[in-house]
Design a protein around this ligand. Structure first.
Ligand SMILES: [Zn+2]
Ligand SMILES: [Zn+2]
Length: 135
């Protein structure tokens, strides 16, 4: 365990480990059920771990479904204060979009309106390629 992981707290590493093995987003309650044998008792413990992981850019929250995925390993820099997630309505798979064209376009549009837009995740519903080919 590295210093960085110790600093993150008791359940952060198990939560991250669990999310990294999942191919679909999981809710805090799914995670809690999974970590009961590791001593997790309350949703708050899971939410706290998720908040720390999210801050570190290791997991991402899907705002609409209120669930989390592990980051695909992409390094998030400051340009990427806006995250685009494509969420498949058929199989539930989530894909991160790392094209900064999108972030830059939104940022410059927002600047013109003088609107204050905090860092956020935009979740877009759709169908992934395998599901699209299936139908
Ligand atoms: Zn990511
Ligand atoms: Zn799909």
């Amino acid at each position: 365990m590295t210093d960085n992981q110790t600093r993150l707290g008791k359940f952060t590493v198990p939560v991250l480990d669990y999310l990294q093995t999942q191919d679909k987003p999981r809710s805090a309650y799914d995670i809690l059920d999974e970590l009961r044998d590791k001593g997790a008792k309350a949703p708050m413990q899971i939410y706290r771990a998720l908040a720390k992981l999210e801050e570190a850019g290791l997991v991402h929250k899907l705002p609409k479904s209120n669930s989390w995925i592990a980051c695909d390993g992409h390094h998030h820099d400051e340009v990427q204060d806006m995250l685009l997630l494509l969420s498949c309505q058929s199989c539930g798979a989530v894909e991160e979009v790392h094209d900064t064209t999108f972030q830059k376009a939104i940022s410059s549009l927002i600047k013109k309106t003088h609107y204050d837009l905090p860092a956020q995740t935009i979740e877009v519903d759709g169908y992934c390629q395998p599901c699209k080919n299936d139908s």
